[in-house]
Ligand binder design. Structure first.
Ligand SMILES: Nc1ncnc2c1ncn2[C@@H]1O[C@H](COP(=O)(O)OP(=O)(O)OP(=O)(O)O)[C@@H](O)[C@H]1O
Length: 219
């Protein structure tokens, strides 16, 4: 199994305490790894630290061949004002990296249309994002991240405020994209149903350390 990112001998502190000591693990490529652990154990802090390390090319404890711009991070649903001015299509298009290309070039328009379709946003693509439901907004954030064609997508409790149908839909859609591409997904979650149904691996954080296990296929 090829790995997309390896962490070795990482200690991680916050101002008042040690969160992790001598962390050693790898994320398997093209797999969905659930990152679990009790509230406050340090899941988000660990991911932010890894991203920050890569951003500044420090990399002493993080080995990967990935470019930082091939990594996208989708946090828990953020509030968007009702009068937010962009329509969903324009918001999603902000994920396109190569801004020098004309916005309305055929290739880009087709790519945005495909991602809107995959995230089931086509019908409401011209509606203001501020009027969308929580699930629709979260799909729009995901669609924006997918526009950047990430090789590593990190979802930080991105399904926490969604209903059962919406969160299952979102995970099924990601698994479908993973089958067609090289996408690797890290999914920070507290949801046992989603871990059991969609997780290929689980990285459990506990007692200042991390344990990676392969999950039995259930889906
Ligand atoms: N910038 C910071 N300064 C001080 N403490 C921080 C900072 N960021 C996070 N912490 C603390 O670090 C600990 C880990 O926080 P983190 O958000 O990473 O946990 P988590 O496992 O993601 O939790 P949850 O499941 O509740 O989202 C918490 O006790 C938090 O209060």
């Amino acid at each position: 199994m090829e790995n997309i990112l390896t962490v070795s001998h990482l200690d991680l502190r916050i101002p008042d305490r040690l969160l992790f000591s001598d962390l050693n693990f790898s994320f398997p490529k093209n797999q969905l790894t659930c990152i679990t652990g009790e509230n406050g154990v340090g899941k988000t802090t660990l991911i932010k630290h890894l991203l920050n390390d890569l951003e500044h090319s420090r990399n002493q404890h993080v080995q990967t061949k990935l470019d930082r711009n091939k990594i996208q991070y989708v946090p828990q649903l953020r509030n968007i004002d009702d009068d937010y001015p962009l329509c969903i299509r324009d918001f999603v298009a902000f994920g396109i990296k190569k801004r020098r290309l004309p916005w309305n070039s055929g290739r880009i328009r087709r790519k945005i249309a495909l991602i809107l379709q995959e995230t089931k946003l086509t019908k409401i693509a011209d509606h203001p994002l501020g009027h969308a439901s929580g699930g629709e907004k979260q799909r729009a954030y995901l669609a924006q991240a997918l526009c950047a064609e990430p090789e590593l997508l990190i979802l930080d409790e991105a399904t926490a405020s969604l209903d059962t149908v919406s969160k299952n839909f979102l995970l099924k859609m990601l698994k479908n994209i993973m089958q067609k591409t090289d996408l690797t997904v890290l999914f920070i979650t507290h949801d046992p149903e989603l871990i059991a149904k969609y997780g290929d691996y689980e990285l459990n954080l506990h007692d200042h350390t991390a344990t990676l296990t392969k999950k039995e296929a259930q889906n």
